[in-house]
Design a protein around this ligand. Structure first.
Ligand code: CA
Length: 272
């Protein structure tokens, strides 16, 4: 561990740097009531579970309600996913693109979503951005549910959602695709998936916990045989109230044009 500077009672003794710069951690060591020795070292500062954090892909993560994990503020976006999987294509729905850089990535299987998390973990550990005991992964169902709030729906207790609550199958969807299974009287302005942070965040600062895309979680419908994975949430194709409930457990076997995910970072930052 290299010391960048050493200070004594506010005076810089080494005269090299006056402030702890990027990648440096300032430590104040009190050796007596009137003596304060300050040392800055190049030990990395790892993400804390109780503060917002941005990772190397530019993704914002925020503390979950228990402050024992960080959860992606947004659903993983195409431009983020493609930094690790550049050949991926989210495709389109009836010629309306799902592949915009800020739209949520779709057409990703549960295994591929987990692979993204594993690759990002490996990369950021190697770059000393996260500690060796910190891991990116999919949220558990309980973590997702807690971050979605305690109400019947992620946007509250009453159906239908307001136009600003989230992206569901609405009058806009009907207008573009002539679909009849919609939420009557709601016009959210998006026929397919919307860019992240278009709608209002929830009380914990998470966007699109209600609607836009369904989200893979690390849980199974068949917990005995670990078959048939679970997605939480409804999507831009959801019109039935029961499909939008926070606690609903949707079975999902394969990738889809309205299925994406968001990431969790958990684990101790360890000693600096
Ligand atoms: Ca969602």
């Amino acid at each position: 561990m290299d010391a960048a500077y050493v200070g004594f009672n506010g005076f810089n003794l080494t005269n090299k740097v006056l402030m702890a710069g990027p990648g440096y951690v300032q430590r104040i060591i009190k050796t007596g009531p009137d003596i304060k020795v300050t040392v800055a070292t190049n030990a990395p500062s790892f993400p804390s579970m109780d503060e917002p954090w941005s990772n190397t892909l530019g993704m914002s993560l925020r503390p979950g309600p228990s402050k024992t994990f960080l959860l992606g503020r947004d659903e993983v976006k195409n431009r983020e996913f493609k930094q690790l999987f550049p050949d991926h294509k989210s495709g389109d729905f009836k010629n309306e693109t799902l592949d915009g850089p800020d739209q949520p990535v779709v057409q990703v299987s549960w295994a591929e979503a987990r692979e993204f998390c594993a690759l990002l973990t490996k990369q950021e550990r190697a770059e000393n951005k996260i500690s060796m005991s910190q891991t990116y992964r999919l949220p558990t169902g309980k973590e997702w549910e807690a971050a979605a709030g305690g109400a019947k729906y992620p946007f509250g207790s009453k159906w239908p959602p307001a136009c600003t609550n989230g992206n569901y199958a609405d009058e806009t969807f009907k207008g573009v695709f002539s679909e009849t299974a919609i939420i009557e009287g709601v016009r959210d302005g998006h026929a397919v998936s919307a860019s992240g942070a278009t709608f209002l965040p929830n009380a914990f600062g998470f966007y699109d916990m209600g609607g836009n895309v369904k989200e893979w979680c690390d849980e199974w419908i068949d917990t005995t045989n670990h078959k048939n994975h679970v997605v939480r949430d409804g999507s831009w194709k959801t019109s039935r109230s029961e499909d939008a409930e926070t606690k609903a457990r949707h079975e999902q076997e394969d990738k889809g044009d309205d299925v994406g995910f968001r990431i969790v970072l958990s684990g101790s930052g360890g000693a600096h």
